[in-house]
Design a binder for this molecule. Structure first.
Ligand code: F0G
Length: 417
């Protein structure tokens, strides 16, 4: 395993505290050399998955550490695992119909221990924090990263600090962050201000930064794709759609697919569809202009998880889109909430930002860019209960408080209508 700067090729110590190259400022990446064929890796991963179903040991059950040869070569005693991963792949006819494709699957990362995909990156980042002897860890967050950091830092016994934009974090996420024990600082500013502050704190105070600029976060998040491919018996789908904010996950997906193909786990690369909210869509704007320049905006969207105007993992995400012949799309908040309503009503449910993936598939299918007969997987990144206040689908189902007699009368009218 090597930690390298992809921009100037500098090789760094694998125990570095840094996320960026000191020579050129590029975001570092972790490289692997598994020294096994694709068939050997598949057999190893499949064997562990079969065993995981029959045991209670966290490490053996983890859907992240199952792929450890392509994640981090830590020893067992260093690993901080809940466990995480093993999230379901779901098919619902109503959602496929809404999206306009025949075969739509949803990989639901809201089934992770703290209710979002962030746990996959955090198990690796906190393991690395423990390996390098970090005195404290910190992040900026729109809520999910902070909830996950707080839980994993507590498990690791490392003090944690989070910076969140005041008044802009969904209630469920803030409650988790505080309850798991992170020192939670609300900042007068938006996510982009919080991230600048977190990077500053890391540079000046040596606190270990665990935002997705941290290369080890990316290694963990790659396992969303590895696990999905494994669940599909290593038959790659045509498209994988995901919501995009700070672009860490887009970067992780691109890296995972390049590695899965490069190491022989799959024989072709699915196309990535990264979906932003229209009010927070600098990456989609730049894509439309062939990434001629980097763009930042003042972000505004009701999908608070992806309310980000100056994404940190820009260059990595550009590489991910290029490597997968990917597409970047933006969808309005109304489109996001329309998709969420369909996802919720079929009993699956997700937080608003997650529904952007399905809204994006619908937009591309409507334009004929995704064909009806293509196999599409939309990743749902967070659990419905993360943002209970967003309630777009519950308003018309709830009534004011009733007496039991009124309730019975209402039920009678509804059932026999
Ligand atoms: N979906 C959810 C539910 C998220 O919480 C996030 C990011 C994303 C999608 C976008 O992923 O940033 O890697 O492009 N949430 C971060 C946080 C920013 O602080 O929790 P991304």
């Amino acid at each position: 395993m090597t930690v390298r700067c992809p921009d100037c090729s500098a090789v760094l110590d694998a125990f570095t505290l840094q996320s960026t190259c000191s020579a050129c400022g590029g975001l570092l990446v972790v490289e692997h050399d598994p020294a096994k064929s694709g068939g050997e890796l598949r057999a190893l991963f499949d064997g562990r998955a079969a065993k995981a179903a029959r045991c209670v040991d966290a490490l053996e059950r983890s859907g992240v550490w199952r792929f450890r040869e392509l994640v981090l070569d830590a020893n067992d005693l260093e690993i901080v695992s809940h466990p995480e991963g093993n999230t379901p792949v779901l098919a619902r006819e109503a959602v496929a119909k809404f999206a306009g494709v025949d075969a739509l699957l949803m990989k639901h990362e809201g089934h992770n221990p703290t209710g979002s995909f962030k746990d996959r990156g955090m198990t690796v980042a906190l393991t690395q924090a423990r390996r390098i002897g970090a005195r404290a860890v910190a992040c900026a967050s729109t809520g999910n990263t902070s909830a996950s950091l707080s839980a994993y830092a507590s498990q690791a016994g490392i003090p944690s600090f989070v910076f969140v934009p005041e008044g802009r974090v969904a209630a469920g996420k803030l409650a988790q962050t505080v309850a798991y024990g992170a020192r939670t600082l609300q900042i007068r500013g938006d996510f982009d201000d919080c991230l600048r502050l977190a990077r500053d704190a890391s540079d000046k105070l040596g606190v270990y930064l665990v935002n997705s600029v941290n290369p080890f976060r990316i290694e963990g998040q790659k396992t969303i794709v590895f696990e999905l491919l494994q669940q599909l018996e290593w038959n790659a789908p045509d498209w994988i759609a995901l919501p995009a904010g700070n672009l860490g996950n887009t970067s992780a997906f691109g890296k995972a697919l390049a590695e899965a193909f490069g190491f022989g786990l799959i024989d072709r690369i699915p196309r990535l569809l990264a979906v932003q909210a229209a009010g927070a869509a600098p990456f989609a704007q730049a894509y439309a202009d062939h990434f001629a320049r980097r763009i930042s905006v003042r972000a505004e969207t009701r999908a608070t998880a992806i309310r980000i105007g100056d994404p940190a993992s820009w260059d990595r995400a550009v590489r991910a889109i290029a490597a997968t012949n990917g597409v970047v799309e933006s969808v309005t908040d109304d489109e996001i909430f329309a998709a969420k309503a369909v996802i919720d009503r079929c009993g699956v449910g997700c937080e608003p930002a997650s529904a952007a993936s399905v809204a994006g598939v619908r937009a591309l299918a409507a334009r004929g860019l995704i064909r009806r007969d293509e196999r599409v997987v939309a990743v749902l990144t967070g659990h419905l209960l993360k943002d209970p206040g967003s309630g777009a689908t519950s308003d018309d189902q709830s009534s004011g408080a009733l007496t039991p007699d009124e309730a019975l009368a209402l039920l009678e009218r509804a059932v026999f209508a």
